[in-house]
Ligand binder design. Structure first.
Ligand code: GDP
Length: 196
């Protein structure tokens, strides 16, 4: 289901895991390879369009296809559009800020960042905001296929340095939707959040 206003949020139920990121960071691609769907997450890329929180049911299954953990994946609208009108940025702050601040069932947020440009100002604002709550944080450095080995190590070290002062609830990893790298690591982190 999709929600355009805080008043329309579904009643809190299963644990929720939110995905956030700058527009074009690779969030939709990450969600799609994680969930093995072709077009589960489709970003509306046009600045000015209604921003929505999209809710998807999520379950982790073992080798015997038995469900071992259930939750809800929440695809948050992207941020960081330089040309976005002020009204849209304010709507993002109200909707996403309100959701993150008040949702009791929100257990963790995956911050999707382009590994070539992690920790941009919009990311930092979100991270600072989330760090004030007890919510877990995972920095997903995607498009890692665009970096060489040295650059990959540097990007991961930077994200880990950012995570360290937040504590054990903040983690970081490299990811590539294109090369399908890092999917197991991401699934493992999220399953841990759902079980805790
Ligand atoms: P979103 O706006 O954050 O949902 O970003 P998308 O998932 O739509 O991706 C934005 C652009 O980055 C698209 O052109 C994707 O094809 C590309 N992209 C996404 N993930 C990867 C990746 O792992 N590697 C590479 N090289 N490109 C990617």
């Amino acid at each position: 289901m999709s929600v355009a206003a805080l008043a329309d949020l579904p009643p809190p139920g299963l644990p929720e895991i939110a995905f956030a990121g700058r527009s074009n960071a690779g969030k939709s691609s990450a969600i799609n390879v994680l969930t093995d769907q072709k077009r589960l997450a489709f970003a509306s890329k046009t600045p000015g369009r209604t921003q929505l929180l999209n809710f998807f049911e999520l379950s982790e299954r073992d080798e015997d296809k038995q469900t071992v953990a259930r939750g809800t994946l929440v695809d948050l609208p992207g941020y960081g559009f330089a040309q976005a009108p002020l009204a849209q940025r304010e709507q993002w702050d109200t909707l996403v800020g309100g959701y993150v601040a008040e949702r009791q069932t929100l257990v963790g947020i995956v911050v999707v960042m382009d590994a070539r440009r992690p920790l941009m100002p919009g990311d930092e604002t979100l991270i600072d905001f989330v760090a004030q709550r007890q919510t877990s944080l995972h920095f997903l450095l995607t498009k890692s296929d665009q970096l060489n080995n040295t650059e990959r190590k540097a990007a991961l070290a930077l994200a880990q340095q950012r995570a360290a002062p937040i504590g054990a609830r903040a983690t970081a990893q490299l990811f590539s939707a294109l090369k399908r790298q890092g999917i197991d690591e991401l699934a493992y982190i999220l399953a841990g959040w759902l079980r805790s």
